[in-house]
Design a protein around this ligand. Structure first.
Ligand code: S3P
Length: 426
């Protein structure tokens, strides 16, 4: 399938909400499924990734029911999970696969996890390695899915991860909560801390200090009620669209602004964007705010390596912001982008080049040259939801619009994306 995105004829205006945060949603479903008692989640995203996690626990015997706009989980504790009758399909979701690997490594049954072509190509050694040190038996095909997990008792470890990755950290913590003794995890920079926050909400004790986290094994979790904040990673597409179209004025309501996630706001502000965050409050232990973004002309900047973990999913759309800015923007140390739903350095450079944007890749650094107005083109999502949405945002500022093929993958994280864009662009 393909969709046309036309150049906007007027500034973006209006107010909207984005779906519930995908990362936080996964954690709510996972912990609710192994907690004792009922968990009630509101504003869980209807995106395909969160649905993959729900389906996985259904197959392991966990009861789910819809009540109004909430999803209720009948948690039976750690021992409430049963061996699934067949392979669990994680779809396109790396978070589902990596977090489930950690969780299931400590359950007393065998499981096979698989996913689509993109997920099968992504590195899993990064979770297999620390889990194996904990006593887990997990095998893959050359460190990739499908993964076979032979669940068994685990022991706590001290682990210094070579990559800053919330998925690796969360896999180890989910194993650590069931292990004997204490588990200490350390990473080069602090990655998103949603697992730590969510586990505390379910009554667990988790200690964190900067990039170090410690959990004790043998902890029981209790069901809870929570509302998932709006996804800052989805809000980022709307924010870049508004920030790069002069005269725009768009409000995005109730967006999660956890400092381990909101690097995109820091980068856009460094480029001169006008982003206001107001009415701050807490949901599910996470900070939330209303965003107001006004459009103007952005300037190139240099994005430092330490921003990478808290900006990681937003680089595709920040490449678009850089392409529309004056001057060039250097994104340092973004090699992790090669291991996402697509190789995002390769896919974004290729697709932006079709619109006349010059990018230069040196090792793990990427420079994007501001091109002012972009040329019209036929572009391709490569089946990657964030590439699709980033290209659509670029399309709004092209001379003659773009044809975007394979756009249906936006349903992975933001099913109503094109409708939301339509609402503010008229
Ligand atoms: C995620 C962590 C990040 C991010 C992904 C979601 C999570 O991946 O890119 O979209 O929910 O823990 P890494 O842990 O590989 O950095």
């Amino acid at each position: 399938m393909a969709v046309r995105v036309e150049r906007v004829s007027r500034p973006l205006r209006g107010e909207l909400e984005v779906p519930g945060d995908k990362s936080i949603g996964h954690r709510a479903v996972i912990l609710g499924s192994v907690a004792r008692g009922e968990t009630r989640i509101t504003n869980l995203s209807a995106g395909a990734d969160n649905s993959s996690t729900v389906a996985a626990f259904r197959r392991m015997g966990v009861g789910f029911r819809r009540e109004g706009d909430s999803l209720c989980i009948e948690g039976g504790g750690w021992d409430g999970l049963r061996a699934p009758p067949e392979t669990i399909d994680c779809g396109n979701s790396g978070t589902t696969m990596r977090l489930l690997t950690g969780l299931l490594a400590g359950r007393p049954f065998d499981v096979r996890l698989d996913g689509d072509g993109s997920l099968r190509s992504r590195p899993m050694k990064r979770v297999i390695e620390p889990l194996t040190r904990m006593g887990a038996r997990v095998t893959g095909r050359d460190g990739r899915a499908p993964l076979e997990i032979h669940g068994r008792p685990l022991r706590g470890i001290e682990y210094a991860s070579p990559v800053a990755s919330a998925q690796v950290k969360s896999a180890v913590l989910l194993a650590g909560l069931q292990a004997q003794g204490e588990t200490r995890f350390e990473e080069p920079y602090r990655s998103r801390d949603h697992t730590e926050i969510m586990a505390r909400g379910f009554g667990a004790s988790v200690e964190s200090a900067g990039p170090r986290v410690t959990v004790r094994g043998g902890q029981e979790l209790s069901g809870t009620r929570l509302r998932v904040p709006g996804d800052v990673s989805s809000a980022a597409f709307i924010a870049v669209a508004a920030a790069t179209i002069p005269g725009s004025d768009v409000a995005i309501r109730a967006v999660g602004c956890n400092p381990t996630r909101s690097g995109v706001v820091e980068v856009l502000r460094a480029m001169g964007a006008d982003i206001e965050m107001t009415r701050a409050w807490d949901e599910a232990g996470e900070p939330v705010a209303d965003f107001r973004v006004r459009g103007g002309v952005l300037q190139g900047t240099e994005v430092q390596p330490e921003l990478a973990p808290r900006t990681i999913d937003e680089y595709p759309v920040l490449f678009v912001a850089a392409a529309l800015a004056r001057g060039s923007t250097l994104f340092r140390d973004v090699g992790e982008l090669r291991f996402k739903e697509s190789d995002r350095i390769a896919t974004m450079s290729l697709e932006l080049s079709k619109m006349g944007v010059r990018t230069e890749v040196r090792g793990d650094d990427v420079t994007v040259e501001g091109a002012g107005e972009l040329g019209s083109a036929s572009v391709e999502s490569h089946g990657d939801h964030r590439v699709a949405m980033a290209l659509a945002v670029a399309g709004l500022s092209t001379r003659g619009g773009i044809a975007l093929s394979n756009e249906e993958c936006v349903k992975v994280s933001f099913p109503g994306f094109f409708e939301s864009l339509g609402k503010i662009s008229g």
